[in-house]
Design a protein around this ligand. Structure first.
Ligand SMILES: O=P(O)(O)OC[C@H](O)CO
Length: 410
């Protein structure tokens, strides 16, 4: 039996969904044993993978979030997915456009699409009704979001109206969605990024708006990653910007309690349209294993991209169906008619404009830069500093990180 180690970051409702895929594969392939291991958060999986490579003991497959793209590309320890397969062995043309774009360099795919996502707006239709708002007219703009938020708070329906999961990711999303660069050299896709641009007029406007809403009690900072979901489920807030990856868990937790609506991300008026950005993670193949093992890895990757496997993964979680064939399968069986919240993120990302600003940011040591931005946002929401100063200081620090990183790869 060939053993394949697969490190991932899927907890909560995502964990049994991963196990379902792996068990299905192992049953169908008695000569291969994929061992899926939960290794912690995305950040931890990336750090542990790099450490394991250095120690000479890498897993075969690691699930790395979109933030790790540049790090993985530069690492020298990966087997690009496009080199693993023979010409025509897998139809990568079947992969949904924005996902393919995010993970391709010069038209070649580097990691295997698995759990891609983007951010959307969730809202509580029951609380909207209680506050005298139309449950079928969620906000389209930040201005409307603020007005509706005030109504929700002032009517006493909720103590605060709105929060965001992955706050710094949502800040990145806002740039792409309004066609603004986050970093120079076309977001690090034309050449290595040497300077961040998030402290420009758009970034400042975004943070000023959010800080004002925080003072008005419309916005409440709810922590990093998925922690603000708790306030949404407890009906302490009525709106939440969060990854589509939470659709599965939010729908399961609210069933019979209140009605959840989802819609596109809010916009600032007067800015051009871009697109929301691909988030979530992909599977990276690591160097240092035998031909026999790579053969088994290929079988597993072919398995996860099977239309029925991809479709089930989408149903279990809310992550995109990553291929056109899985999308067709879901559409033909009427899945989206019965589960419209599963379609929102997909429609948003497919109806956006493909521009250099909207294809995703590639930064060296993006993990650290995200942390710097996150801290700046937190300081600002805590009233410790004003938006412009917070972003200028964060940009300075981020530029230092970029410089140090570039020196490593001169
Ligand atoms: O919840 P996920 O897996 O869609 O990830 C959200 C962000 O992309 C993480 O960087």
């Amino acid at each position: 039996v060939t053993k394949i180690t697969f490190w991932h970051a899927m907890s909560g409702k995502r964990l049994p969904a991963v196990e379902r895929i792996v068990n299905g594969f192992n049953e169908a392939h008695p000569d291969i044993q994929v061992e899926a291991q939960f290794m912690g958060s995305y950040k931890e999986v990336l750090a542990k993978t790099i450490a394991a490579v250095k120690a000479g003991n890498p897993p075969h497959l690691a699930q790395v979030y979109e933030v790790g793209l540049q790090t993985m590309l530069d690492s020298g320890v990966i087997v690009p997915v496009h080199t693993l397969f023979e010409e025509g062995e897998v139809d990568f043309g079947d992969v949904v456009g924005p996902i393919l774009d995010y993970y391709s360099v010069d038209g070649k795919l580097y990691s295997m699409p698995f759990n891609s996502s983007t951010a959307i707006l969730y809202y509580n239709k029951d609380l909207f009704k209680k506050a005298g708002l139309d449950p079928n007219r969620p906000p389209t703009t930040y201005k409307e979001l603020e007005e509706m938020g005030k109504k929700l708070v002032e009517s006493g329906v909720v103590p605060n109206a709105f929060s965001t999961g992955w706050p710094s990711w949502v800040f990145e999303q806002a740039h792409a969605y309004h066609n603004q660069f986050f970093a120079n050299n076309e977001n690090g896709r034309k050449g290595r990024a040497t300077e961040v641009l998030f402290n420009g007029p758009f970034g400042v406007k975004y943070l000023e708006t959010m800080s004002r809403m925080a003072k008005e009690k419309v916005y409440i900072y709810g922590g990093r990653e998925y922690s603000p979901n708790k306030a949404f489920l407890a009906q302490q807030i009525a709106m939440l910007i969060q990854s589509t990856s939470s659709v599965g868990s939010i729908e399961a937790a609210t069933e019979g309690k209140f009605e959840v609506g989802t819609t596109f991300l809010p916009r600032f008026e007067g800015y051009p349209r871009g697109n929301s950005v691909i988030g979530g993670a992909t599977l990276w193949v690591l160097k240092g294993h035998s031909d026999e093992e790579y053969k088994a890895v290929k079988e597993f990757l072919k398995w996860i991209i099977r239309p029925e496997v991809t479709a089930q993964w989408h149903k279990d979680t809310g992550y995109f169906p990553a291929t056109n064939s899985s999308l067709k399968l879901l559409m033909d069986e009427g899945w989206f008619s019965n589960h419209p919240n599963h379609l929102t993120a997909f429609l948003q990302v497919l109806s956006g404009v493909k521009t250099p600003m909207s294809q995703g940011v590639r930064l060296g040591n993006f993990v650290e830069i995200r942390n710097i931005v996150q801290t700046a946002l937190e300081n600002c929401f805590a009233g410790k500093t004003d938006p412009k100063t917070a972003l200028d200081e964060a940009a300075q620090e981020a530029n230092r990180v970029l410089k140090e990183y570039s020196e490593l790869y001169k």
